[in-house]
Design a protein around this ligand. Structure first.
Ligand SMILES: [Zn+2]
Length: 117
């Protein structure tokens, strides 16, 4: 694994940590009882199972963070599988510039353009 990619792994790990802390704080301070209950449940749930627990419920206000956490975790999972930074469509390497903009990027520039049309 090239060193440059390892930097993205650190970034993704930090982002996942931050998102989890934010979600926990948001839920703990929620005015809705059921959301505070979820916060308690999350505290007793291993990190990797958070998405499962959160996705079952719909939190319009927190949805963006849950979706982002899901993407970040998927990218971290790709590190484990040794396929991080590889385009999901053509299997070319995704440019570092693109990963720099968003380390959860799944497509190289030509493929991203194609799927945007
Ligand atoms: Zn591609």
């Amino acid at each position: 694994m090239p060193h440059s990619l390892m930097l993205f792994k650190n970034r993704l790990t930090e982002e996942a940590k931050r998102l989890r802390a934010e979600l926990l704080q948001d839920l703990s301070q929620s005015e809705h009882f059921f959301e505070r209950e979820i916060a308690l449940k999350l505290k007793a749930t291993p990190d990797i199972n958070w998405i499962e627990l959160l996705q079952d419920k719909i939190y319009p206000t927190l949805n963006k963070k849950v979706i982002r956490l899901n993407k970040v975790e998927a990218a971290l999972c790709q590190f484990e599988q040794g396929v991080y930074g590889i385009c999901a469509d053509c299997e070319d390497a995704i440019s570092l510039l693109k990963l720099e903009q968003d380390p959860t990027e799944q497509r190289c520039l030509p493929c991203a353009d194609k799927s945007a049309v």
